[in-house]
Design a binder for this molecule. Structure first.
Ligand code: BDP
Length: 328
């Protein structure tokens, strides 16, 4: 008899502890990540959840599921909106398909440089994107670096827009990228990241486009040996949280989570720079032919219709485009 009363008492104490001083329940978060463990995004996410767990004395803890095991990126975005996933690092490419504000960064050549992108994403542009995402049930906590995306394929170096003519190019899930490839006369195939390696290998597509770390970490460089540094898209990534999860935190917890996210972005951006250089070395050692592009302005001019496509679908975003274009 005494034993069972003790058990009940112990259980009640456990529940009270779990609710904590503020009355909110202890939370164990599920984090989605498309990348392998050894990747700047992955280290950033691990640092984020470790800091949150430590600063909340375990009130909020979590686990990051790497390697896309919790599903493809478009599916994961839906799960995040519903609250089935708590957090993740998402490219604003696929995010833009659901959030017009986020889509502004999927315009070719919109940012002038990576430092400019950092400044704008840490300021007014990032705030506008966060506001747009919140309308869709997602809270943007911090922005990570994903460098610039360039073309790679198994056929020939790309030097001028006409080199893409007739090429089958995989793109991320976003209508703007279909328009972008079509503006060069190529055939775009939206496809999940996980399917790209096999699709290039078997000739379903001729190539794709991505930053050096993704080109390298996925082994795409082994099946698409021509890497042409067009750098046509600078698409930052977002450490995001389901708004449902975010709103379940106390104000004090939100401050901790936001600070941990910003700290993790600082770390990720440093790691990113180092990994880009290492990835370039690795692909060159692996036999890739890298070429720079003399006349990037030719690509910029050819891709101009993507801006019309965006503004036709989202006329309210004209101010945001101008804000970025007017920035130094
Ligand atoms: C990588 C992004 C990742 C995307 C991937 C892609 O980090 O989020 O899923 O590109 O091309 O650079 O699908």
């Amino acid at each position: 008899m005494t034993t069972s009363i003790n058990k009940i008492w112990a259980g009640a104490v456990g529940v009270a502890m779990a609710f904590g001083a503020t009355g909110s329940m202890a939370k164990d978060l599920r984090g989605w990540n498309i990348h392998v463990e050894d990747y700047p995004v992955s280290y950033g996410m691990e640092a984020f959840i470790a800091e949150v767990s430590e600063a909340t004395a375990g009130e909020i803890s979590g686990k990051v599921y790497h390697g896309g095991v919790l599903g493809s990126q478009p599916d994961a975005i839906e799960q995040l909106r519903l609250g089935a996933l708590d957090f993740g690092v998402f490219s604003l490419g696929p995010m833009g398909q659901a959030v017009p504000e986020a889509n502004v960064v999927s315009l070719p050549f919109i940012f002038k440089s990576i430092p400019q992108m950092y400044e704008l994403m840490d300021g007014a542009v990032g705030d506008a994107i966060d506001a747009g995402m919140q309308k869709k049930g997602i809270k943007a906590l911090a922005f990570y670096d994903a460098g610039a995306r360039s073309f790679y394929n198994s056929i020939q170096p790309v030097n001028v827009p006409a080199d893409v003519e007739g090429m089958k190019v995989r793109v991320m899930n976003n209508d703007l990228f279909v328009g972008m490839i079509e503006s060069l006369g190529g055939n775009a195939t939206p496809m999940a990241f996980a399917e790209v390696y096999q699709s290039i290998k078997t000739g379903v597509v001729d190539g794709a486009e991505n930053n050096p770390p993704s080109y390298e970490s996925t082994n795409h460089f082994q099946v698409a040996k021509f890497y042409s540094l067009s750098e046509h898209l600078i698409i930052p990534e977002c450490l995001c949280m389901s708004l449902k999860t975010w709103e379940g935190f106390t104000p004090e917890q939100q401050v901790i989570v936001k600070a941990a996210a910003m700290d993790s972005a600082k770390l990720q951006r440093e790691l990113w720079q180092a990994r880009e250089a290492a990835s370039m070395e690795k692909v060159v050692a692996g036999g890739v032919l890298v070429n720079t592009i003399e006349d990037k302005a030719a690509f910029q001019a050819a891709m101009a219709p993507v801006y019309d496509q965006y503004l036709a679908a989202s006329p309210d975003m004209a101010g945001l485009v101008e804000m970025i274009q007017a920035a130094d």
